[in-house]
Design a protein around this ligand. Structure first.
Ligand SMILES: [Zn+2]
Length: 227
């Protein structure tokens, strides 16, 4: 997928493989398909003189489905796409911050959701306690240390030999053609992930802890925003 190779590609041109009511499906896309707690991309698709407003992007058995705000009659041929970059870049910053939270909180992740306004990550703290107000200092230091985000592909077998790399109990990392992408943030975080990240932590801005809530024994929720 285009966004797995380079999350900064804002445009694409692909052949339409299927039209399904309000969905335009292409085999590949630079639009991120909703998964792993990260919303799908928005943007514009262009077909000759027609423009379609993409309100969400989801996975489809034939590729990537761009959900538009109107019903479409049949189209065939090539289509161009342009990502709503403000929306996507904000989500890239939020998503990368989720990894920094994983680095700051060495506990299993039990859930999470990435949003434009705020995001949350749920942890299983077990019997331990954590001074969550400290996150402002810890995460902002990580951001200011300007860590590069790098990628490496490994096989399913290699991942199975290193189960400690998987931080999430609920979400399994995506396995594509026996290859899994590892995401490395400096020397502070390494885990398999199929989401979109910024290239350097310095792009994130300022982290702001919002609140901490207990949602059950195995589920402690941290909410944050970026300013
Ligand atoms: Zn990620």
């Amino acid at each position: 997928m285009i966004y797995l190779k380079d999350s900064y590609i804002k445009n694409f041109e692909q052949k339409i493989v299927l039209i399904e009511e309000d969905k335009i499906i292409t085999q590949d896309s630079s639009f991120y398909a909703q998964s792993g707690g990260q919303p799908g991309d928005k943007g514009i698709l262009e077909f000759n003189d027609q423009k379609f407003n993409v309100i969400n992007t989801i996975k489809h058995e034939l590729g990537i489905a761009h959900v538009v705000d109107t019903e479409i009659s049949d189209l065939s041929g090539d289509i161009k796409g342009h990502i709503d970059w403000d929306h996507r870049y904000r989500l890239m910053k939020m998503h990368t911050t989720m990894h920094l939270l994983c680095a700051a909180l060495p506990y299993y992740v039990t859930g999470g959701s990435i949003g434009i306004e705020k995001s949350r990550l749920d942890f299983d703290l077990g019997e331990e306690t954590f001074e969550f107000e400290m996150l402002n200092k810890i995460i902002n230091e990580f951001i200011q240390q300007s860590h590069s985000i790098l990628y490496r592909w490994i096989t399913n077998e290699e991942l199975d030999q290193k189960p400690e790399l998987v931080r999430t109990l609920s979400v399994k990392p995506p396995r594509t053609n026996d290859k899994i992408r590892l995401v490395k943030i400096g020397d502070i975080d390494l885990q398999p992930c199929g989401g979109t990240h910024v290239a350097n932590t310095s792009e994130i801005g300022e982290f702001k802890f919002i609140k901490y809530e207990s949602k059950g024994k195995m589920n402690k929720r941290v909410q944050f925003t970026l300013v």
